[in-house]
Write a protein that binds this ligand. Structure first.
Ligand SMILES: [Zn+2]
Length: 233
């Protein structure tokens, strides 16, 4: 048998030979693979991630193609951001953790943002038949209220097989006007100003660095989520 035959003609063993040959060598190599430390194995292993085939559903893709055609050049669209990427709950809000949990795994279909600053301007939801279910309409109601509290409107567009660009343009324009007008909050005249974004009392801080170093200003207690500052009275 070829596999068990050893070469007996050489009286010395060549230690410079790079690799042993034959079936025994193959077995030793195979054993070496089995005995390799598991850390090495995990380094070479492919991770079990696969590409999502339907990142956008056909309805979402069809709508997206219309939206990017009708948006003005200073507005862009973000796709499926989580609510927790866009909204936060101020530190002193009651039930803060519960409310933060409620936005952790929810997302909106589209979010229109300023190209210059990526400031969110308007959320858009594509409503298919599932939105008629009671659990879904509860979810929609919560999302509407959450964005409304942050001064952002939610435009609900019914899923269709095709969209008329001019109709979508008009709907977006009307919703944007409504959304941005609700962002304007009257300035507070109280001794302790209220953050116009978080609607919580601000705190007095002293600039620790920069050209304003040593100067007193009003800062939001939700920094760094909210970076609004006001000059001292
Ligand atoms: Zn604030």
């Amino acid at each position: 048998m070829e596999c068990t035959r050893l070469d007996q003609t050489e009286s010395t063993v060549d230690v410079t030979a790079p690799e042993p040959r034959g079936c025994l060598a193959t077995f030793v190599k195979w054993l070496g693979v089995l005995l390799r430390p598991s850390e090495e194995d995990s380094g070479n292993d492919e991770l079990p991630y696969r590409l999502t085939r339907n990142f956008l559903s056909p309805a979402e893709l069809s709508f997206y193609k219309v939206v990017i055609r009708v948006l003005p050049s200073d507005i862009t669209v973000s796709i499926k951001p989580r609510l927790a990427d866009v909204l936060f709950v101020p530190r002193d809000a009651p039930s803060r953790w519960t409310l933060e949990n409620k936005i952790r795994s929810k997302h909106v279909d589209f979010l229109l943002c300023s190209v210059e600053t990526m400031k969110p301007l308007l959320a858009i939801e594509l409503d298919d038949k599932s939105h008629d279910r009671s659990d879904r309409s509860e979810r929609d109601e919560f999302v509407n209220r959450a964005f409304a509290a942050a001064g952002i409107g939610v435009l609900h567009v019914r899923v269709k097989s095709g969209y008329v660009p001019e109709e979508i343009r008009a709907q977006i324009q009307a919703a944007l006007e409504k959304s941005t007008s609700s962002m304007t909050v009257a300035a507070s005249t109280d001794a302790v100003p209220i953050c116009p974004n978080c609607r919580t009392p601000m705190i007095q801080r002293t600039a620790a660095k920069g050209p304003q170093k040593g100067n007193i200003f009003w800062g939001c207690k939700n920094y760094p989520h909210c970076r609004i500052t006001l000059p001292p009275h």
